[in-house]
Design a protein around this ligand. Sequence first.
Ligand SMILES: *Cc1c(COP(=O)(O)O)cnc(C)c1O
Length: 226
Amino acid sequence: MSVAQNLSTVKSIIAEAARKAGRAAGDVTLVAVGKMQPQEKIMEALEAGQRVFGENRVQEARGRWEPLRARYPDIKLHLIGPLQTNKVKEAVALFDVIQTLDREKLARALADEMKKQDKFLPCFLQVNTGGEAQKSGLAPEDTKAFLQFCRNACGLRVEGLMCIPPVDEPPEKHFAMLRGLARDYGLAGLSMGMSGDYGQAVALGATHVRVGTALFGDRSSLREGL
Ligand SMILES: *Cc1c(COP(=O)(O)O)cnc(C)c1O
């Protein structure tokens, strides 16, 4: 299957899940996850009209996207991987949305850098819905206080929540938890759902789904050395 064919399949699954949930397909943004994928596949997606992409690593994303920005000025790049404070400057310069805001130190660093660059990016708070020790993200019960901190103390534009459910659990309860938190705190954005479960995520209210393998194929053969 070509990337263009995969794109059209994924979009129709999103549209169908949205329709069933009484939502408009246009309410869901497909974030194509390019991490560890060969450049030809990314180019195919661009040629097929895809403009919203997600990347995990600042360095990898820079190498790929800086040269393409001039040719595709309408690209939107979402940072979906953990952000270290020493990469904040590069991240603010490169990305359009930061989806992985999860701690005070990072919030302060982002706020300072956005002021310096006069570039006030929308952010999503990453919530560790499964309480996994190895995973980044806020504890669900800390979401409210952290949201207030980001807005009031840092002046950040927080527009939504993001989660990555544990791999060994059905994702629905995590999606429902994230939706509940977003509703409680009046946040419109919900970034949830990946290749294996974006249909369910749309059914449960996702506004952004992050899809890699279903568009570009398996990354595993490229993983060595990374
Ligand atoms: C890699 C990644 C994805 C995409 O995963 P697929 O299963 O390939 O669709 C989505 N979100 C995050 C945070 C990721 O790191």
